[in-house]
Design a protein around this ligand. Structure first.
Ligand SMILES: NC(=O)c1ccc[n+]([C@@H]2O[C@H](COP(=O)([O-])OP(=O)(O)OC[C@H]3O[C@@H](n4cnc5c(N)ncnc54)[C@H](O)[C@@H]3O)[C@@H](O)[C@H]2O)c1
Length: 440
């Protein structure tokens, strides 16, 4: 199949590369010339494990191409995936300007049948808006060209995106015409060889499914975070509680870790957008509003612990930060708790020396040449002259540190662990003051 992917970000590049991997001819379009230049020169503009090999293999095989040329992109694929960003607007709703502009480009230039697939996370009703935008552009040209609009939300996780795309749990397809459904079946056949994973439904349900999934996961996290705060007050340990409930198959193990708040490009904005969608439909989503409020509060939990230990005025203090990305295995810093925590430390007069295995370049881009933030090339180097260590992202390389070395390196032997990485006895036995989240 000839496939165009509009938007070559985390979702677009992974989707494009994986669709090429199973034999399709794929052209990825992006309006950011820098991204396309990097890709054309054999680089990868994001950090995503295994993606470089898939991209390289398919570029060499001649199945994966990149362009900034909209006309070439519209002409190329019968299938046109829209995988552009849908950032939050000022009122929290999803900003659809990129999706609609991509749809307009298709309508402006298409000359034969297209299946336009919304892969971006978009509010219920967006497929109708995409259809209207294309129809309007065709009308302006005075032509009639057939097309279908399909909703096909993406469930990949950054950090495991290639694996998730190649071996999805389910493939949600919202489509209402036979031609488009058949094409989607053919498109996804290579990804569901051992059992049927396609869940076909109407377009609006598919659009809502994506928000429902992220809202549910965010709810589990905020629930555990609130319980962790309570556990501390009651003298219980949230890790024991987690193990006690996760073993119940009705609950399951996933997304039960208490921490210093969720971030990333999806949960915060999707929770906000769903609350907004509900409000527009005249309904309050009380549970979800609480999920968001709890998360905002949770991003401050580490700062509260630091204030309690070091006082309100942190001038002259230096904190080592391990982990900047919103989660491990990605360089994505969108809505990362580290940004809130570091800003808060600055506001109270402190300086920060940070280490992250892959997100320091992105952090530099965000913080610019902020003199209060320095970067270390190794985790232990970040501890030099620091009053305490603050762990914000649970990278694997932080799992088993030498606690005596940490103790020796820090000016004061204090560790704030925002991801409950350690059995508290281990750092404590090495003479460290250890603060986890909801731990005894
Ligand atoms: N990142 C994730 O883990 C993830 C997972 C599932 C779903 N999603 C959803 O997928 C969508 C894309 O997310 P992302 O993280 O890949 O975003 P991203 O910001 O990494 O990439 C979006 C890309 O689209 C490009 N773009 C914008 N307008 C364009 C246009 N008109 N034509 C061509 N390119 C254009 C931008 O330059 C950018 O490179 C969002 O709706 C997001 O919610 C993301």
């Amino acid at each position: 199949m000839k496939i165009t992917v509009v938007g070559t970000g985390y979702v677009g590049l992974v989707s494009g590369a994986c669709l090429a991997e199973v034999g399709n001819d794929v052209l990825c379009l992006d309006l950011n010339p820098e991204k396309i230049r990097v890709l054309k020169e054999g680089g990868i503009p994001i950090h995503e494990p295994g993606l470089d090999q898939v991209v390289a293999r398919n570029v060499v095989a001649g199945r994966l191409h990149f362009t900034t040329d909209i006309e070439e992109a519209v002409r190329f694929g019968t299938v046109q995936f829209i995988a552009v960003g849908t950032p939050p607007d000022e009122d929290g709703s999803a900003d659809l300007q990129y999706v609609i502009s991509a749809a307009r480009n298709i309508g402006r230039l298409m000359t034969d049948y297209k299946v336009v697939i919304d892969k971006s996370t978009v509010p219920v009703g967006t497929a109708d808006k995409v259809r209207a935008a294309i129809t309007e552009e065709l009308a302006k040209r005075g032509v009639e060209v057939p097309f279908s609009v399909v909703s096909n939300p993406e469930f990949l996780k950054e950090g495991a995106a290639v694996e998730d795309f190649m071996r999805p749990d389910r493939i949600v397809v919202g489509a209402e015409d036979e031609q488009a459904i058949n094409l989607m079946r053919a498109l996804y056949a290579p990804f569901q060889r051992n059992h049927e994973k396609l869940v076909i439904m109407d377009v609006r349900s598919a659009e809502l499914t994506k928000y429902a999934a992220n809202a549910m996961l965010a709810t589990r996290i905020s629930f555990m975070n609130e319980l962790a705060v309570l556990a501390e007050k009651l003298g219980a340990d949230i890790e024991h509680v987690r193990q006690g409930i996760g073993s119940d198959p009705r609950i399951g193990w996933h997304f039960l870790y208490a921490g210093c708040g969720y971030g990333g490009s999806c949960f915060p904005k999707d929770v906000k957008a769903l609350i907004r969608t509900a409000a527009e439909a005249g309904q309050g989503l009380k549970v979800l509003q609480a999920v968001e409020d709890a998360n905002d509060a949770q991003k401050m939990v580490l700062v509260d612990k630091i204030r309690a230990r070091f006082g309100e005025d942190l001038s002259g203090r230096r904190f080592a930060v391990w982990g900047l990305a919103f989660k491990p295995n990605t360089d994505d810093m969108r809505e990362a708790p580290s940004r809130v925590i570091i800003d808060e430390l600055f506001r109270r007069g402190a300086t920060v020396s940070a280490y992250d295995p892959v997100a320091m370049t992105e952090t530099r881009r965000i913080f610019g040449d902020e003199p209060r933030l320095s970067y270390a090339t190794r985790p232990m180097e970040a501890l030099r002259d620091a009053d305490a260590l603050v762990i914000i992202t649970e990278w694997k390389e932080f799992r088993s540190p030498d606690f005596s070395e940490i103790r020796a390196a820090l000016k004061q032997p204090v560790v704030f662990d925002g991801r409950n990485m350690y059995d508290p006895d281990l750092p404590r036995n090495a003479g460290l003051e250890y603060f986890g989240i909801g731990r005894k």
